[in-house]
Design a protein. Structure first.
Length: 593
């Protein structure tokens, strides 16, 4: 899943997201003058033969304030029979096996409130349902007035379809008209981008709808929460503005096409001095209209964010956490008979001593692991994690990457929390989301995680989180602090965090992949000295996720991230440019502390 960071690649033209965004604004302005989705079409009976430019779902530059507020429920009809699909990639033949399931939306019956020109869903985060393929994420959108729409106000709402029991995310937008009397037009929707390495599809259609006006009981709390969410975000500027704010910087080196193909790029950004310089956010039909709330999957970033940071936070209260034994907390492993000396820390370091092959990625990419990922119940997953791989080495001596080991650690952490904090407590809800994300004011999508679909509801911990780009920007910036704290209270065990982020030379972690890679407490590290000209080894800690997701925690208090899905793990240009902007070679840091 996490391939080497620096593999070849043709030298291609740099991305120019600022220009792309400017073009998107111009397209939106033109679309407002002659929309396909105009009033006559949305209130008529036509169909869509193909996807439309994203400008059709984008508020134009001259959008007027809405005449009407939307408050109540929006219900879509015939979502199980209407809609179209175009398949671009389907590695597991999902479209062949069940095309009717894949191309149709789940039931849609949700409440919304308006706050000025913002349309706020009453439910945020991952929304489960009985659809065999998709679950929803609904995000705040916009309402506005266009002269051609008469008395109707126009709405656009970003949403995501998240694959059931998995982490793939397909992002879309829907649009409709409504008036002050409870009338609503048909709803046009479109999905034209994803962060999903094995399934790439376009979905689009138009559905009949009903609007049920009525006061939403918790509307004031929803509005207040939205205001807090927006206020907490870092200031965002286009990546091209980096050259203005830092003269001599070359923004094109971040998100460069020679490292990540533009067709595979979802979002990228560089954070320096508290400013988030953002790029990407393109779809196959033009710029996405709501980049701040574009839903991003974590995949194995969760190993760092949930398992790693959650353990380091819990260790503040329980200093011996990393030495706790797995067999004392997971009965299935105790019965297996070869886990008695394996600790929580061993699993966090991917050093359980259990494996079939020590060759990088052979176990993780095996057919047996696919069965582990596809299992929906906790018992199937935990029995695999405890019993599938034989004992071959002493714990803590050999690094072998297994997502099943992180799932096992999450199971042990859940049992630890319930034994020591209360039987009704939950590792993710109370320790990670409640004690870390909520005080930091991170987005609602990060307040929950993917879980098993049974009474155990075991949080995955090794994958399954959803994020906004601001979430990863602020978490990355937080980890740049030597001692992250809120209100003076430390967030993480200091010794463990220093080890994870390569700040303790005596405990650098285990060699991973080859001698230029390390792994410690759920975090990767790579020696970048050959690429940026350092005289001595310079280790950059980072987080990585399946398909092409990377978050660099650079030693010069900057962060570079990208979310992509083409299997490209290349970032030497970005690392070099960050060093050129603010040198971070180990020798330079010692000379200029």
């Amino acid at each position: 899943m996490n391939a080497g960071a620096f593999r070849g690649g043709a030298l291609l033209a740099a991305l120019l997201p600022l220009g792309a965004l400017a073009d998107g604004g111009a397209l939106a302005a033109r679309a407002a003058e002659s929309r396909v989705l105009d009033r006559a079409w949305l209130t008529g009976s036509g169909d869509l033969a193909a996807p439309l430019p994203m400008a059709e779902f984008t508020p134009p530059a001259g959008a007027l304030p809405p005449r009407h507020a939307f408050e109540g429920r929006l219900v879509l009809e015939r979502e199980a029979t209407l809609g179209a699909m175009h398949v671009l990639r389907d590695d597991y033949a999902t479209a062949q096996r069940a095309p009717q399931i894949l191309q149709h939306l789940p039931p849609f019956d949700f409440a919304f409130v308006t706050h000025g020109d913002v349309l706020i869903p009453a439910r945020r985060g991952l929304i489960g349902n009985r659809h065999p393929q998709w679950e929803y994420v609904l995000e705040p959108g916009r309402i506005w007035q266009e002269s051609a729409d008469g008395d109707y106000a126009r709405a656009a709402l970003p949403f995501a379809l998240v694959e059931r029991n998995a982490n793939c995310v397909h992002n879309g937008v829907l649009s409709f008209l409504f008036d002050g009397e409870g009338q609503v037009s048909r709803v046009a929707y479109q999905v034209s981008s994803e962060t999903c390495a094995y399934l790439k599809i376009d979905l689009w259609g138009v559905l009949p709808a009903r609007y049920r006006p009525g006061r939403v009981p918790n509307r004031d709390a929803l509005v207040a929460a939205y205001d807090r969410e927006v206020a907490a975000r870092l200031p965002v500027r286009p990546i091209a503005a980096l050259a203005i704010d830092h003269p001599g910087a070359d923004p094109a080196q971040f998100g460069h096409a020679a490292e990540v193909s533009p067709a595979n790029m979802t979002a990228f950004g560089f954070i320096i001095d508290g400013v988030h310089y953002a790029g990407g956010c393109d779809t196959r039909q033009g710029p996405y209209p709501f980049c701040d709330v574009l839903t991003l999957p974590s995949y194995s970033l969760a190993k760092s964010l949930a398992a790693g940071l959650g353990s380091m936070h819990l260790a503040l209260r329980f200093p011996s956490l990393f030495e706790a034994r797995i067999a004392d907390y997971v009965p299935e492993c105790r019965r297996a008979g070869h886990w008695q000396d394996v600790s929580f820390g061993n699993l966090l370091d991917m050093a359980s001593g259990h494996y079939d092959s020590a060759v990088y990625d052979e176990d993780e990419a095996s057919a047996a692991m696919l069965d582990f990922f596809q299992a929906e119940d906790h018992m199937a997953k935990i029995c695999f994690a405890c019993s599938h791989f034989p004992r071959r080495a002493a714990p803590g001596t050999r690094w072998v990457y297994h997502t099943s080991d992180t799932y096992l650690l999450g199971t042990a952490l859940q049992a630890f929390v319930r034994r020591h904090l209360g039987k009704d407590r939950d590792f993710y809800t109370d320790v990670v989301a409640g004690s870390l994300w909520a005080p930091l004011g991170l987005s609602p999508v990060l307040q929950s995680t993917r879980r098993t679909r049974d009474l155990a509801a075991q949080p995955f911990t090794g994958w399954g989180l959803l994020l906004h780009r601001d979430d990863i920007a602020r978490i990355g910036r937080l980890l740049g602090d030597r001692r992250p704290a809120i209100g003076g209270a430390p967030l993480f065990d200091a010794a463990a965090l220093d080890q994870a982020l390569q700040r303790d030379p005596a405990h650098p972690g285990l060699e991973a992949i080859d001698a230029s890679f390390r792994y410690a407490h759920g975090f990767w590290a790579h020696d970048v000295s050959p690429y940026i000209g350092c005289a001595t080894p310079t280790w950059v800690p980072y987080m990585a996720g399946f398909g092409g997701i990377t978050v660099l925690l650079l030693p010069n208090d900057t962060v570079y991230y990208y979310f992509s899905d083409g299997g490209e793990f290349r970032w030497s240009r970005a690392a070099s440019e960050a060093n050129r902007i603010r040198p971070y070679c180990a020798a330079d840091r010692k000379a200029n502390p």
